[in-house]
Design a protein around this ligand. Structure first.
Ligand code: HEM
Length: 515
C-alpha cells in the first residue's frame, strides 16, 4: 500500500504566505500555522469559494467559527506545511484525557472547587478513563454513523483496562482486576462508577456507547446477585474480560413498565431438567450481538428470571431506534429454547425480586449518563456562544442567550448535586437500607434529570439554530442529543412511573395522616 507523503514543515513570514493567493497556489494561516489548501480547496466540504476568499490570509477566526478543532487535527498531517516565524499557536489543542476549562464544562470538583465527596483517587480515575474514551472517540463517531457495533477486540481491550468492570459498582468481582488510573479494587466506590458512566456518556455517541456498556450494567448484576456459584464463576469473568457479552431481556411487545404482564413462558420439560422457553422480547439493548440473555419468563410458579445462552431457537432481529443500531437493540424470538433448570436466577416464581433489586442501580446509572450528556451539551453551547459572532457581537453578549445559558447551568448543576448526595448514601448505606430509603429519591432524580435533559436540549438547539439539527460540524453533539435524550426518559422506568413512585415512597414514610 502506498504511504501518504507528509509535507516537510518549515517557517514562513506572513508576507511570504500572502504571495500564495491563487487557486493553483493557495495557503492560509490558522493559529500561526500555515496550511497549503491548493489541492484541498476543491474537495473542501464548505466549497472552494470560501477558502479562496481567504487565500494568503489569516483564517483563524473563520476556521474556528465554523469547525470543530477535531477537523484541524484530522487534516493537519496532510495540509500543514509549517508555521509563522517567531509566533506560537495560542489555541491549545485538546489531547486525550484533557479536562475542560470551560466554566461548568466539568463537575465543580474538576474545576478547582472543594468537594466533600471526591478524592485524589477519583480525580486520577476520571483522567485515565477520559483518555481511554478520547482515544476510542474517532472510531466511535464513525461506527455510530455506520451502525457498526463495538468489536469484540475493543470489548476485550476495555475489559483489560478495567473500563467494563467499572460499570457495575464495588464488589468481590473486582478482586485482582486492574482499574483505570491504577485505582485499587478496594478503593473503588460508587463515585468511581459514577465517573465511569459519565465518561462513556460524554463520548456523545449514545448508540455506540450503549453498545459497549448498557447490556453489562444491567445484565450482569442478576448473575452476581442471584446466580449459582457455577454461573457466577463462569459468566462474570468472561463478561468483565470483554470476551462475552450479556443483556437483560424484560420488555415485550405487550409490556413495558408493566412487568407483571410478561407473556414469555418457560415450561418444565417432562424429565424436569430443562425449561422450554417460548415468546418474544422487544427493545433489548445489545441483544443483537450478545452471548448471554437474562430473561424474565412466566413459569408455573410465576415470574422467574432465567439465564439463557445463545442457542437453537433463539433469534434476534435488529430494531432501528432514534439512535445508532450500533447499540445492538433487538427483537428476540424464543421458539422452544431449551434452558437447564440450574440457570434460574434467584428462586422460581421470585423473578420480581431479581428485577426490582436491579432497578435502583440501573436508574442511578442512567442519571449519571444523561446528566453528563446534558453537561456536554452545555459545554458545547457555552463554547459556541463565546465564539459565534452575530449582529457584530458574540452570541453570549445577547441577554436572551445568557438567559438560556443561566437556565441550562442551573438545571444541570441541580441534578449533579442531588446525584452526588444520593451517591454518597449508596457508598455509606447497607444494601438493605438503600432499598428502603433510596428508591424514592432515585426515581424522583431520574425524572428530574430527564426533564432537565429535555430543557437543555431545547435551549441548546435554539441557540445552535440550523447546526443544532445538522449531524456533522459544530452542532454534532447537540443534534445527537436532541434526537436521543428521550431514551433516558423512557428506559428503566418512564418519567411518569418515576414521578408516581417517588411520591408514593415519600407518602409511605409520612409520620401521621393528621399532621
Ligand atoms: C485546514 C483548513 C480547513 C479544513 C481542513 C476544513 C474542513 C472542513 C470540513 C471537514 C467541513 C465539513 C463540516 C465539519 O465537519 O465541520 C467544512 C465545512 C465548512 N468549511 Fe471548512 N475547512 C478548512 C478551512 C476553512 C476556512 C478557512 C473556511 C472559511 C470561512 C471554511 C469554511 C467552511 C464552511 C462555510 C463550511 C460549511 C460548514 C457549516 O456551515 O457549518 N473552511 N470544512
Amino acid at each position: 500500500m502506498a504511504m501518504l507523503s507528509m509535507p516537510e514543515l518549515k517557517t514562513y513570514t506572513r508576507e511570504e504566505v500572502k504571495k500564495h493567493s491563487s487557486p493553483e497556489d493557495c495557503w492560509i494561516i490558522i493559529d500561526s500555522e500555515v496550511y497549503d489548501m491548493s489541492t484541498f480547496a476543491d474537495l473542501h466540504p464548505g466549497g472552494a469559494f470560501v477558502i479562496m476568499e481567504l487565500a494568503g490570509k489569516d483564517a483563524t477566526d473563520e476556521f474556528y467559527g465554523l469547525h470543530r478543532q477535531e477537523v484541524l487535527v484530522k487534516y493537519a498531517p496532510k495540509l500543514k506545511i509549517g508555521s509563522i516565524a517567531n509566533e506560537k499557536p495560542a489555541i491549545p489543542v485538546a489531547t486525550p484525557g484533557t479536562i475542560s476549562q470551560v466554566p461548568y464544562g466539568e463537575p465543580s470538583a474538576w474545576q478547582g472547587f472543594k468537594s466533600a465527596y471526591f478524592t485524589e483517587s477519583h480525580l486520577k480515575f476520571r483522567e485515565a478513563i477520559r483518555k481511554i474514551c478520547d482515544e476510542i472517540l474517532p472510531e466511535a463517531l464513525v461506527n455510530e454513523e455506520l451502525g457498526k457495533s463495538p468489536s469484540i477486540e475493543l470489548n476485550k481491550k476495555l475489559g483489560q483496562t478495567g473500563v467494563l468492570a467499572a460499570q457495575i459498582g464495588p464488589g468481590p468481582w473486582l478482586q485482582g482486576r486492574s482499574l483505570p488510573g491504577g485505582v485499587k479494587p478496594e478503593e473503588f466506590d460508587y463515585f468511581h462508577e459514577m465517573i465511569a458512566h459519565e465518561e462513556i456518556a460524554r463520548l456523545g455517541t449514545p448508540g455506540y456507547a450503549d453498545g459497549i456498556t448498557a447490556g453489562l450494567t444491567i445484565g450482569l448484576p442478576p448473575i452476581f446477585n442471584f446466580g449459582s456459584a457455577a454461573l457466577k464463576n463462569k459468566i462474570v469473568p468472561e463478561v468483565l474480560n470483554g470476551e462475552k457479552r450479556i443483556c437483560l431481556a424484560i420488555t415485550e411487545p405487550f409490556v413495558g413498565s408493566d412487568v407483571a404482564g410478561i407473556r414469555t413462558t418457560a415450561k418444565l420439560s417432562d424429565d424436569g431438567k430443562h425449561f422450554i422457553v417460548n415468546g418474544t422480547k422487544k427493545w433489548i439493548t445489545n441483544s443483537v450481538f450478545c452471548d448471554y440473555f437474562c430473561v424474565a419468563v412466566r413459569t408455573a410458579k410465576g415470574i422467574t428470571m432465567l439465564l439463557v445462552e445463545k442457542s437453537e431457537g433463539l433469534e434476534v432481529k435488529p430494531i432501528k431506534t432514534s439512535y445508532s443500531i450500533a447499540a445492538g437493540t433487538g427483537y428476540i424470538t424464543f421458539d422452544d429454547v431449551k434452558v437447564p433448570v440450574e440457570n434460574i436466577l434467584g428462586k422460581e416464581g421470585k423473578g420480581f425480586q431479581v428485577i426490582m433489586a436491579n432497578f435502583n442501580h440501573e436508574r442511578w446509572a442512567i442519571i449519571c449518563g444523561i446528566n453528563a450528556a446534558s453537561r456536554h451539551v452545555l459545554e458545547e453551547t457555552l463554547k459556541w456562544t463565546n465564539q459565534r459572532v452575530v449582529f457584530g457581537k458574540k452570541l453570549s453578549a445577547q441577554p436572551v442567550v445568557r438567559n438560556k445559558l443561566a437556565s441550562m447551568i442551573a438545571q444541570v448543576e441541580s441534578v449533579q448535586h442531588w446525584l452526588e448526595n444520593i451517591t454518597y448514601q449508596m457508598v455509606n448505606m447497607s444494601y438493605a437500607e438503600q432499598t428502603v430509603k433510596l428508591a424514592g429519591p432515585i426515581a424522583l432524580l431520574k425524572y428530574h434529570s430527564t426533564r432537565v435533559a429535555h430543557n437543555v436540549s431545547d435551549e441548546a438547539t435554539q441557540i445552535f439554530g440550523g447546526r443544532g439539527i445538522t449531524k456533522s460540524g459544530m452542532g454534532r453533539v447537540i443534534e445527537t442529543f436532541q434526537r436521543t435524550y428521550k431514551f433516558a426518559a423512557i428506559l428503566g422506568g418512564s418519567e411518569e412511573i418515576m414521578q408516581d413512585l417517588g411520591v408514593r415512597q415519600a407518602l409511605r414514610t409520612f409520620p401521621d395522616a393528621k399532621l
